[in-house]
Design a protein around this ligand. Structure first.
Ligand code: C2O
Ligand code: CU
Length: 467
C-alpha cells in the first residue's frame, strides 16, 4: 500500500521533536495529568481512492498507526479525561487542527490568527484538552480548507462515555467525496458558478476512503454505526435497508426517543449515530444508502457474520445526555443573523488562501474565517449570559451552519416539525427561520460559518466574542 511505513514515521517524528518551536498550546494545555500526545503528522501520501488509479499528493494525518486506506485515524478520547495531540506539519503550506464540536478552551480551537498562530511547514503545535461531552465528533484543519480538507484532512473523533451501553460491534464511517479526474489525480477544487449555488461536488464518493465498502458485523447483533459527514459540499439523505435501525444521537448528542432513520438529512460537519439489528442469517446484507438526488446510491454495506446473537432492537435505550446548559429565555438577549447571497464588504486574501470570489455573507459582511482581515465580531456576548440567535436563511440553498466551542438548542423553526437534540451545526434549510438558544459559557472568539467550505471561503463566516 502507498502508505508511509512505521519506520519512516518514527524517524520523522523523532527528528521533528528535536527542532520544533511549539505553539502557545504547549504551555496553555499542559496539566499535571497530561497524557503523552498522539502524533498527528500532516503529510502527503499516495492513496488508492478511485478504481482507475493511484492519487498522488493526498493529504492525511499519520500516527504510529496509519490505516491501510491512508485515512486520518479515528481518534478515541474519553469524556472528562485529558487528551493531547501533537500536530507536526509536513505539508508545504500552513495548517492547524480544529476539533469540530468539542467544547474546549479557545486556545485549542485551531483557528489561525483568531485562536493560535499558523503552523508553518516544519513547525508543530501541541493541543491538550479534556472533552466534556461524549459522542461522535471530527477534526480538520482551519487553513486553506477547501484544498486541505478536499485533499484528505478530515477524520472522525469518538469520545467514549464509560456509561454508554456496550453494543456487539461499532463501525465508524467517515463520509466524503474526492474531486479526481481520470487516472486519479486531483482536479480543480471548485467551480465558481457552483460555489455561488449549492457548492461543487466531488467525482468519487467514499466511506472510510473506499467506494462502497463492505463490513462484516455479527449476525443478530446490535451494531452502532457512527457516521460523520466530512465532505466539503455534500448533504446526505440517509436510508437503511435490510435491518431495523434507530437513530440514537445527532451531532454527538443523544436523541431523547430513538427513531428510525427514514430519509434523514445531514450536511457537512454533521454526525449521525445509529444502532441497527443485523439479520440472523449469515451472509445477509444491510444497506446504508444516500437518497438525496435522483438515484439512490450505496454508502456502505454490512454483511451478517457468524451465528446469530439474537438481540432485540427493542432493548436499545436512549443514551445519557451530555450536560449542556439551558438558555434562560426570560433574560436572553436576541441576536439576528441573516444569511444572504449579498455582501457589503469583501475580504482581502490571507495566508490561508482565497477562492477569489465573494458570494455569501452573514449580516451583510463577507469573511472567510481564516484571514487576518480584521472584521468586527457578529456580536459581543457576556460570559455566562443566555442568548437567542435568530437565524434566517435568505437564500434558496441549504447551509450547514456551525458554531465553534459551544452547543446550542434549536428552540423553534419555520420548517421542521421535530426539533433535534442540542448541536454545534444546524442544517439551515432554504428560507428557514430558526431560533437557537445558548448560554455563552465558554470565553473566547468563536467562529460561526457555513460548513459548505466554498460558502465559508467566499464569505459565509463570522465570529462571536465571549468575555
Ligand atoms: Cu468543522 Cu470551523 O469547522
Ligand atoms: Cu452554505
Amino acid at each position: 500500500m502507498p502508505v508511509i511505513s512505521r519506520r519512516t514515521l518514527l524517524k520523522g517524528s523523532a527528528a521533528a521533536a528535536a527542532s520544533f518551536s511549539l505553539g502557545a498550546g504547549l504551555a496553555a494545555g499542559r496539566g499535571a495529568a497530561a497524557p503523552s500526545p498522539l502524533l498527528l503528522k500532516a503529510q502527503f501520501i499516495d492513496a488508492e481512492l478511485a478504481k482507475d488509479g493511484i492519487t498522488p499528493k493526498v493529504m492525511t494525518y499519520g500516527t504510529s498507526d496509519v490505516a491501510a486506506s491512508g485515512m486520518p485515524p479515528v481518534i478515541r478520547m474519553k469524556k472528562g479525561e485529558p487528551f493531547a495531540a501533537r500536530l507536526v506539519n509536513d505539508l508545504d503550506e500552513p495548517t492547524t487542527v480544529h476539533w469540530h464540536g468539542l467544547r474546549i478552551a479557545n486556545a485549542m480551537d485551531g483557528v489561525p490568527e483568531t485562536t493560535q498562530p499558523y503552523v508553518y511547514p516544519g513547525d508543530g503545535f501541541d493541543y491538550a484538552f479534556t472533552p466534556p461531552d461524549a459522542g461522535t465528533f471530527w477534526y480538520h484543519p482551519h487553513c486553506n480548507t477547501l484544498t486541505q480538507m478536499g485533499h484528505g484532512l478530515t477524520g472522525a473523533i469518538v469520545v467514549e462515555n464509560p456509561d454508554d451501553p456496550v453494543f456487539d460491534a461499532e463501525i465508524v464511517l467517515n463520509l466524503r467525496d474526492w474531486r479526481l479526474g481520470s487516472g486519479g489525480a486531483f482536479i480543480a477544487p471548485f467551480k465558481p458558478r457552483e460555489a455561488a449555488r449549492g457548492g461543487t461536488y466531488g467525482t468519487i464518493r467514499t466511506a472510510n476512503w473506499r467506494e462502497e465498502p463492505v463490513y462484516d458485523a455479527p449476525s443478530g447483533g446490535l451494531v452502532r454505526i457512527r457516521l460523520a459527514a466530512t465532505d466539503v459540499t455534500r448533504i446526505y439523505t440517509l436510508g437503511v435497508d435490510g435491518a431495523p435501525a434507530l437513530v440514537i444521537a445527532l451531532d454527538g448528542n443523544p436523541v431523547k426517543a430513538p427513531f428510525p432513520p427514514d430519509r434523514l438529512d445531514f450536511g457537512p460537519g454533521q454526525r449521525v449515530d445509529l444502532v441497527l439489528r443485523m439479520p440472523d442469517t449469515e451472509g445477509a446484507v444491510v444497506w446504508l444508502g444516500n437518497f438525496r438526488g435522483s438515484t439512490p446510491w450505496t454508502i456502505a454495506t454490512l454483511r451478517a457474520a457468524g451465528a446469530s446473537l439474537k438481540r432485540d432492537i427493542g432493548d436499545v435505550k436512549p443514551l445519557a445526555a451530555n450536560a449542556i446548559a439551558e438558555a434562560d429565555l426570560s433574560t436572553a438577549e436576541h441576536i439576528p443573523l441573516d444569511f444572504t447571497a449579498t455582501a457589503e464588504h469583501a475580504p482581502t486574501p490571507g495566508i490561508c488562501g482565497s477562492l477569489g470570489y465573494t458570494f455569501w455573507a452573514i449580516n451583510k459582511v463577507a469573511w472567510p474565517g481564516d484571514t487576518p482581515d480584521p472584521v468586527a465580531p457578529l456580536a459581543e456576548l457576556k460570559l455566562g449570559r443566555s442568548y437567542v440567535l435568530q437565524v434566517r436563511n435568505r437564500t434558496p440553498h441549504a447551509h450547514p451552519i456551525h458554531l465553534h466551542g459551544l452547543t446550542f438548542r434549536i428552540l423553534s423553526s419555520s420548517k421542521r416539525p421535530v426539533l433535534p437534540p442540542p448541536t454545534d451545526t444546524i442544517l439551515l434549510l432554504p428560507d428557514e427561520q430558526a431560533e437557537l438558544g445558548l448560554v455563552a459559557d465558554n470565553p473566547g472568539d468563536w467562529l460561526l460559518h457555513c460548513h459548505i467550505i466554498e460558502h465559508q471561503k467566499t464569505g459565509m463566516s463570522g465570529y462571536f466574542r465571549i468575555a
